[in-house]
Ligand binder design. Structure first.
Ligand SMILES: Cc1cc2nc3c(=O)[nH]c(=O)nc-3n(C[C@H](O)[C@H](O)[C@H](O)COP(=O)(O)OP(=O)(O)OC[C@H]3O[C@@H](n4cnc5c(N)ncnc54)[C@H](O)[C@@H]3O)c2cc1C
Length: 446
């Protein structure tokens, strides 16, 4: 999807989202505005109900945002959706917290009980509020684990396991909403609408997480064909299947991959498709950085593979007619390998940064493309002075960038590598005159 169309689609989705919020606020105001005008405990409770309604809506939005549902994913890209998911999660959690505080505070004003005893009184007296209380504490566990993972103190797998509680939160709180929510009890229309958005959000998740990977597997029968070493700690896994020509993706996109082998089964991880569209196989090229990626080197031929994808906008779908400059740092070479393999143009330039020559993946392929297809290629090594006309030693600083690519400012740039390297190189590119809209980046992080 071209950038202008994607922007329009993004705006359209945003308008749909805002419209739903407007509907919720309007129905709430029709039912509860008089209570707000009364002031006191009633007003707190009515405002608490609004916070709860909007908080629940944000939680449902969370499911759709991170599901990868193509009509939304194609316009935003999963990395941007993941960032929106973080922000929307924060807003939703704040609203649910406000809901609990206002409702308990409101009742406490009316009955004159202390906050804590009022809280326990509410969970005992109103049906379904106990379920909502469980949901609230489960939500706190999810938020706490998310803060801890951001600080890198929790294993990713543990965080994902705790994240499953979100589904319990959504189901438990649903009964509370339809049985205690005055707006939903007061408006038949809103009740149906509420059923619909719940059914929609849960269907999208079940389809994307479960049904779609199974349908893709049934159609293509993906299997591991072989594992080949590319560089120190980096292997390529070749995946074959039936009629792979029909598996459409843009060069540079990624899949979530599940390998059906003991020890790996219950995990899905994102990896770029390092092969190019039209290849008779799909290839991924993981670098061994943790428990999971280390085990991938031991994958056995014939292992069934479930795939969910393709995802991502860092791909040839964003290309224009400008000449291309590819800049990779370390394993960030994988999407660029796919893009360059999709068709080398005579004016393409690749700057491939790594620590040592033993870390360079796909070296033979790139050397061949430079010899036979006109790719301008430089390897920039930070920890080794290697022999060779196209070898450079050091960092990709302003001087090196300018000397290797004198027409830099006229190019579209595709940049993928470690976050610190990408920040530094993006800054230098802008300093050297490349407009920000021409610098396309991919972080290996969701
Ligand atoms: C869009 C995208 C494309 C990627 N493409 C490649 C690629 O082509 N080659 C490559 O080597 N790496 C790629 N990665 C990174 C790769 O997904 C992680 O390195 C891998 O999942 C780490 O798993 P681990 O358990 O071995 O390491 P760990 O040490 O457990 O994890 C290292 C870090 O990777 C992240 N991570 C771990 N598991 C997951 C997961 N299931 N989903 C998302 N993030 C996770 C966490 O932030 C964690 O801190 C890509 C990531 C993304 C988001």
């Amino acid at each position: 999807m071209y950038e202008r169309t994607a922007t329009q689609v993004r705006l359209a989705w945003f308008a749909v989202w805002l419209l739903q919020i407007e509907v919720l606020v309007k129905v709430w105001a029709d039912n509860r505005w008089t209570e707000v005008q009364q002031g006191g405990g009633e007003a707190w409770i009515a405002l608490g109900a609004l916070a709860g309604l909007l908080g629940a809506f944000c939680l449902l939005t969370q499911l759709v945002l991170i599901s990868g549902w193509p009509p939304i994913e194609r316009a935003f890209g999963l990395d941007r959706l993941a960032r929106m998911h973080h922000k929307n999660g924060f807003i939703g959690y704040s609203l649910i917290m406000t809901h609990v505080l206002l409702i308990v505070g409101g009742y406490s004003l009316i009955t004159g009980q202390g906050i804590i005893s009022q809280y326990f009184a509410l969970t005992r007296s109103l049906p379904y509020v106990l379920l909502a209380a469980f949901a609230f504490w489960a939500l706190n566990a999810v938020v706490l684990s998310s803060i801890v993972i951001v600080r890198r103190r929790l294993r990713y797998e543990w965080w994902r396991t705790v994240h499953w509680l979100v589904y319990a939160v959504i189901v438990l709180s649903f009964w509370h909403q339809i049985n205690n929510g005055a707006e939903l009890l007061g408006s038949q229309w809103l009740r149906y609408y509420w059923y619909f958005i719940y059914a929609f959000a849960l269907s999208v998740v079940i389809y994307m997480r479960l049904i779609r990977p199974l349908l893709l597997y049934r159609r293509y029968g993906f299997r591991v064909d072989r594992v080949e070493k590319e560089a120190d700690g980096v292997n390529s896994i070749y995946v074959t299947g039936r009629g792979l020509d029909n598996f459409r993706y843009w060069a540079g996109q990624f899949n979530f991959w599940y390998f059906w082998q003991p020890g790996l089964r219950l995990q899905k991880h994102p990896f770029t498709i390092s092969s190019s569209p039209g290849s008779p196989y799909l290839r991924l090229t993981p670098k061994a950085v943790g428990d999971y990626t280390r085990q991938l080197a031991e994958l056995r031929p014939g292992t069934p593979v479930l795939i969910n994808g393709p995802f991502g906008r860092f791909s040839m779908m964003l290309s224009s007619t400008a000449p291309r400059l590819f800049i990779a740092g370390g394993i960030g070479i994988t999407p660029l390998r796919s893009m360059i393999g999709d068709g080398v143009a005579a004016d393409d330039v690749l700057l491939y940064c790594a620590r040592r020559s033993a870390d360079l993946a796909f070296r033979q392929d790139f050397d061949e493309m430079a010899d036979k297809r006109g790719l301008t290629l430089y390897y920039v090594l930070s920890e080794e002075k290697a022999e060779g006309e196209n070898m450079r030693y050091g960092q990709l600083d302003n001087n090196l960038l300018e000397s290797l690519v004198p027409d830099l400012a006229t190019r579209d740039v595709w940049l993928c590598g470690p976050p610190a390297m990408m920040r530094a190189v993006s800054r230098r590119l802008r300093y050297l005159g490349v407009p920000a809209r021409r610098i396309h980046t991919e972080r290996f992080e969701l």
